[in-house]
Design a protein around this ligand. Structure first.
Ligand code: 3HC
Ligand code: NAI
Length: 699
């Protein structure tokens, strides 16, 4: 049983005890109902307290149970709530730490609530593509008001208990405890003080009205339109809260339940639930136990103050960790520091950063031209030119000066981390930390695990990534790691689509309609087409039989590197970023097609999307099978946080599983028969073929 029963004189205490956050799984629900029955059967008990063990009252329904039999088994959350409301003795919720989702709904069914300060109170179901399904949309407006409740439900954001407790007229908390430490005692005393109160108050009996209901809900619907573009849940939250103001309580509850069940089956909710678990699972490494000791990171060194080095440094400054940046020349240092200042000043100007915080961060930054100044750093991240010879010189010098146990990281995006590690006498301390540009903004960090990388180094880097608010995903060593290795297949397909009849804007529009933040050609223009050109030139030598469209090279030969040169796949007006379809580029593509003797054909948006996305999936399956990625969810996290893959699709691997791997493989076989495509790259990865044949998914 994961809810414990204890009698404290005339008060029975039911303590939810289902770590880590007292999720309301089947055993916990059973425990609550059993406790209620026992307390009511005991004549000595006058009142009941429901509390949470550990750091939380309750984080809500047990998300792991969703979609399983357990979530349906009685007592379900509704039955538990019914049992609380119908209890013949007063039930008091003693709330601390976390009170979210079904946890808050359970508390709202209690006759009384006492809360400790510092508790995070929320109905976060919308973040899982759902709405509160156990009365939250009907009861919360009755205790905090319609507008405050709708704000909480539509945003899913937590509000501090002491903030709610201080709002005049609120009925969510009957009492505020002085501190989390005194909550238990105060809850017992409060329960005794209401032991004889009759009738027992119920939130459901409180009125729920908005003085200008129709106008307000119309306004609310307009407000959620933007955030609800790809997600049905926010608009349904508005519907449910409106029902609370217009229907009888029981009808509103029934309506909320129907909406909840419908949302539970949407692909958007499945994608968000997948994301919730994938995000948490990404920080866990199969052979690195959670209790692996970590090295202390008190000071960080960054080598190279270019595009990446400055942004990397900012991450640590933002987290209050001192940074020393090293460069070859004073001018390069000055340029790098000026960029950091410019970035911070832009944040100050927009009101996103306070002036004093900016000054505090800059005070943590020092610069140097000498390796000696890195000798007391606990972590040094190299972000110099992408040339093995340059990296060699840097790592050899670092090896000379860095203190024993310091972690030596490389931000390389294409080079072999094992080779870099071999430049030192301490390969166990070397790791890849592949940030994405702009490094102070992008969430993704690929942590590249070398052959020799020590487990405590990995554990430390994963922990520091959390501290600097990055989503860290572990990748093995291979060309391009997880993200860039996959994107190469995607770019290859984008090129073939041009050869076969598409324009750049047709391809971009199709994949943007699917939900990508930016299509491949707009992305190329933003990142700089010359970067891919340099990589392809290397590939032509390394893999001479690999097929590519020549259009991207022809574009670069025209000097059209993208936004930075004012022209790329698109034209750009001076100082503007709007992509304008370019007649010059379209002519180049047409002429190239003619030279190849290809008669253009009309290509559907569906084919464009499938070819781009399935090319990612197939390479992802290879990456998974080779052990470069530990889990399919890790690949999804890379694409969701680093490559603009639409959140509501859940990442390429999740999306493929939703489509059905059998169907994905069938499409791939069809694409392989296209003589203009690269049949070899459509050969299904063995893992994908196997799972498809077995009717299984990646997860
Ligand atoms: N069910 C099951 N497990 C949960 C959970 C839940 N509701 N909430 C958190 N967990 C698990 C996480 O998966 C994680 O497990 P792991 O250690 O095995 O990876 C662990 O708890 C710790 O979670 P975090 O890493 O997120 O820890 P934090 O301390 O940063 O945050 C939290 C704690 C604020 C509770 C955060 O986990 C959270 O926001 N959880 C989601 C809460 C939520 O969405 N509740 C609504 C559920 S839906 C519902 O109630 C339906 C109802 O309306 C009918
Ligand atoms: P950059 O050219 O903007 O900056 C490199 C900086 O390193 C320059 O300021 C240069 O003066 C300095 N430098 C060169 N050799 C040095 C040395 N021996 N000692 C000290 N400083 C030295 O390059 P960028 O774009 O910042 O790339 C750096 C690294 O990050 C590369 O390995 C690159 O592959 C990787 N990377 C780049 C991304 C990008 O989008 N630019 C994304 C992810 C990784």
């Amino acid at each position: 049983m994961t809810a414990e029963y204890q009698a404290h004189g005339d008060v029975a205490v039911i303590t939810l005890n289902n770590p880590p956050v007292n999720g309301l799984g089947l055993d916990t629900r059973r425990g609550i109902v059993d406790g209620l029955e026992r307390a009511q059967a005991d004549a000595a008990v006058k009142a009941i307290v429901i509390a949470g063990a550990g750091g939380a009252f309750s984080g809500g329904a047990d998300i792991k149970e969703f979609g399983t039999d357990k979530s349906l088994q009685e007592p379900n959350l509704h039955s538990v709530i019914g049992a609380i409301e119908q209890a013949t003795k007063p039930v008091v919720a003693a709330i601390h730490g976390v009170c979210m989702g079904g946890g808050l709904e359970l508390a709202l069914a209690c006759h009384y609530r006492i809360a400790a300060p510092g508790c995070n109170v929320a109905l976060p179901e919308v973040k899982l593509g759902l709405l509160p399904g156990a009365g939250g949309t009907q009861r919360l407006p009755r205790v905090v008001g319609v507008e405050a409740a709708l704000n909480m439900i539509v945003s899913g954001e937590p509000v501090k208990s002491e903030f709610i407790g201080a709002v005049p007229g609120q009925k969510l908390f009957d009492r505020m405890a002085a501190s989390p430490g005194s909550l238990a005692e105060e809850a017992l005393a409060f329960a005794r003080s209401v032991a004889d109160a009759r009738p027992l108050p119920l939130v459901r009996n409180l009125p729920c009205k908005h003085p200008e209901g129709d106008a307000y809900f119309q306004f609310a619907r307009n407000m959620v339109k933007g955030m609800a573009r790809n997600f049905p849940a926010p608009a349904r939250c508005v519907d449910a809260v409106e029902a609370a103001t217009k229907r009888k309580f029981a009808d509103g509850l029934q309506y909320e339940r129907e909406l909840f069940i419908n949302l539970m089956w949407t692909p958007e909710s499945r994608a968000l639930r997948h994301l919730f678990f994938a995000e948490r699972a990404a920080s866990k490494i199969a052979d690195v136990p959670a209790d692996t000791p970590q090295r202390e990171i008190r000071k960080v060194g960054v080598i190279g103050a270019g595009t990446m080095g400055g942004g990397i440094g900012m991450n640590f400054l933002n987290a209050g960790i001192p940074v020393t940046i090293l460069e070859m020349k004073q001018e390069a240092l000055d340029r790098g520091i000026a960029t950091i200042r410019k970035n911070y000043e832009a944040q100050v100007k927009k009101g996103k950063l306070k002036e004093d915080k900016y000054q505090q961060r800059m005070a943590l930054l020092s610069t140097t031209l000498s390796y000696d100044d890195l000798k007391d750093c606990d972590l040094v991240i190299e972000a110099v030119f992408e040339e093995l010879g340059v990296k060699e010189a840097v790592f050899k010098q670092l090896d000379q000066v860095a203190r024993p146990g310091a972690i030596l990281a490389s931000n390389t995006s294409t080079l072999d981390v094992d080779k870099i590690a071999a430049f030192t006498r301490r390969p166990q301390d070397v790791v890849g930390m592949h940030f994405f540009s702009p490094a102070n903004v992008m969430k993704l960090l690929e942590v590249v695990r070398g052959k020799a990388t020590a487990k405590d180094v990995l554990a430390t880097v994963m922990a520091i990534a959390k501290k600097i608010k990055k989503t860290a995903v572990v990748s093995g060593v291979c060309d391009g790691f997880i993200g860039n290795r996959m994107i190469e297949r995607y770019s290859q397909q984008a090129g073939f689509l041009l050869d076969e009849g598409c324009t750049p804007s047709q391809v971009d529009k199709a994949i943007e309609k699917f939900g990508f933040a930016m299509g491949p050609f707009r992305m190329g223009d933003l990142a700089g087409n010359d970067i891919g050109w340099a990589i392809r030139k290397r590939r032509y030598v390394e893999k001479p039989d690999m097929k590519y469209s020549k259009t991207a090279d022809l574009l670069c030969e025209m000097g059209r590197f993208g936004q930075k040169t004012g022209a790329g796949w698109y034209d750009y007006a001076p100082g503007k970023r709007d992509a304008i379809p370019s007649p010059v580029v379209e002519k180049m593509v047409e002429e190239h097609r003619k030279a190849l003797g290809i008669a253009p054909r009309k290509i559907s948006d569906e084919e464009i999307v499938q070819r781009l996305v399935y090319s990612l999936v197939n390479e992802g399956a290879k990456i998974l099978e080779e052990g470069i990625a530990g889990k399919a969810g890790d690949i999804d996290m890379v694409y969701l946080t680093g490559y603009g893959f639409p959140i509501h699709r859940g990442g390429p691997m999740h999306y493929a599983s939703e489509v059905g791997l059998f169907n994905v493989v069938q499409s791939m076989k069809r694409f392989a028969r296209n003589p203009l495509d690269d049949a070899r790259s459509w050969e299904p990865a063995p893992l994908l073929a196997r799972l498809a044949a077995e009717g299984k998914a990646f997860a």
